[in-house]
Design a protein around this ligand. Structure first.
Ligand code: FAD
Ligand code: NAD
Length: 404
């Protein structure tokens, strides 16, 4: 006689989803549950490398990992389709091409760009959201360079690159652009002085989460490589010509405008009617959707409260992967009738790259890093993430071993 096993459906093969599946396959016996992983594409991508794809300093394929290479298909059914919404009353997930019933749902559909409704941003600015949107940015920038010398009267602003927002993504992106632009200038025979990389930030400082001395190191290092900053200058509009910034509504012109001013959780959360706070679910201590017995929300779709600082933890890959282990433990607890555990985040520190050979970081309980040591640490972190998703084989295949 065959018995029907409870079905655990994991949505998203990002850091949260893939790590959940890895722990579930370790912690559950095959007869305890059926595990289904749903993802839009047949590949996972390293979201933490998307600024490099956007600048064109790495090939998009380096950031992609075939899901079938890292998931045990004897234990996990893979479904490549787009999630439209979850119906919690019927316990089903609506996909573009089918529907899947679930007993337990783990929601890990990641982030989308958040332009806070700024006029023209969605129409005229690029955003870093996934491999395709990031690749589009690097191809557009290269097109501007390729076009420049073919025109009799080229638009002198067409080579300018505007980056809106100087949080982690904006700063890591301008760091990569500072590497890429001289390469493009050489390739297309264009003088470097014709190209401006301009980073616009509303707040009084870049990277407010770092100490002042690390921030001034980062700013100086980027300025030395030709990045211009407009700090304390909120962007109020984006047009086909560039950003409108500051109190005097100055138009800064560019051929490429990129918005890196913030992220929110997947729009599938809204479609599913979940209660949201600033675009994400404020999850319970055990990572469940409030009021729901069998739905966990992880990674960039959730806010997890940091009691010590009385605010949510910043959404990171590090956080998503740690949440995934707790969620897998808690799915097992529900299946076996045991008590659920609360999530506890153990921060391993933070590192921001400033291009290939430079960076800043706070690691190992407030030990500060800057320059090549921070850049080396960033590569260690990137390689560790690959190791955790796909072991030594994946790390050797896709890892970063760039020369210093
Ligand atoms: P994701 O990793 O975004 O995965 C979501 C998955 O869901 C993807 O596979 C996607 O294709 C899939 N998906 C989305 N929508 C659908 C749908 N409707 N149907 C089916 N599938 C769907 N964090 C760090 O800790 N360290 C860093 O150095 C760092 N660097 C970063 C650099 C950049 C440029 C960016 C943008 C972010 C960076 N972050 C970093 C943050 C980190 O990338 C995110 O916090 C992390 O990706 C969140 O993981 P996740 O699993 O929630 O979502
Ligand atoms: P963010 O919210 O951290 O930063 C956005 C920046 O844009 C802020 O500095 C904000 O003041 C600015 N901004 C917002 N509106 C603006 C406006 N109208 N005009 C000008 N500036 C404006 O977003 P992010 O940088 O995309 O990062 C998202 C998350 O991803 C963060 O939680 C971060 O921790 C994580 N991340 C981490 C790393 C890393 O660890 N190395 C790298 C990238 C992203």
């Amino acid at each position: 006689m065959t018995t029907i096993k409870p079905r655990v459906v994991v949505l998203g093969a990002g850091y949260a989803g893939l790590t959940t599946v890895r722990h579930l396959t370790k912690k559950l016996l095959p007869e305890e549950a059926e595990i289904v992983l749903v993802n839009k594409h047949n590949y996972h991508y390293e979201s933490t490398w998307l600024h490099e794809v956007a600048a064109g300093t790495i090939n998009p394929n380096q950031a992609r990992v075939m899901i079938s290479d890292v998931v045990n298909q004897k234990r996990v059914r893979l479904v490549y389709d787009s999630v439209v919404k979850a119906n919690k009353e019927e316990q089903t997930v609506e996909l573009e091409n089918s529907e899947i019933p679930y007993d337990y749902l783990v929601f890990g559909l990641g982030f989308e760009s958040n332009d806070f409704g700024i006029k023209g941003m969605a129409e005229h600015a690029f955003a870093i959201e996934d491999i395709d949107s990031s690749r589009l940015i690097s191809e557009h920038i290269e097109y501007q360079f390729a076009k420049y010398n073919t025109e009799e009267n080229p638009d002198e602003n067409s080579l300018n690159i505007l980056v809106g927002g100087a949080g982690f993504t904006g700063i890591e992106l301008v760091g990569e652009l500072a590497e890429k632009v001289p390469e493009l200038c050489k390739k297309y025979d264009i003088d470097r002085s014709k190209v401006r990389i301009i980073n616009v930030e509303a707040a009084p400082s870049i990277l407010p989460m770092f100490d002042k001395d690390l921030v001034s190191y980062a700013k100086q290092s980027l300025e030395d490589r030709g990045v211009e900053f407009r700090i304390g200058a909120p962007i109020s509009e984006c047009t086909s010509e560039g950003f409108i910034v500051g109190d005097d509504n100055e138009l800064i012109k560019a051929g490429t405008s990129i918005w890196t001013g913030g992220v929110k959780g997947s729009s599938v959360l809204t479609n599913s009617g979940f209660e949201l706070v600033k675009g994400k679910v404020n999850v319970d201590a055990d990572l469940r959707l409030p009021g729901e017995e069998n739905i966990f929300v992880l990674g960039d779709c959730s806010w997890v409260w940091n009691k010590e600082e009385d605010r949510p933890y910043a959404p990171t890959a590090q956080l998503a992967m740690q949440e995934a282990e707790t969620a897998a433990n808690n799915v097992r607890a529900l299946l076996t009738g045991r008590p659920l555990e609360d999530f506890v985040f153990k921060s391993k520190g933070t590192v921001a790259s400033l291009g290939v050979n430079d960076g800043i970081g706070n690691v190992f309980n407030d030990y500060k890093l800057q320059g090549k040591s921070a850049a080396a640490m960033k590569k260690v972190v990137d390689n560790r993430s690959l190791f955790m998703l796909g072991g030594t084989k994946l790390m050797l295949k896709k890892g970063k071993v760039r020369p210093f």
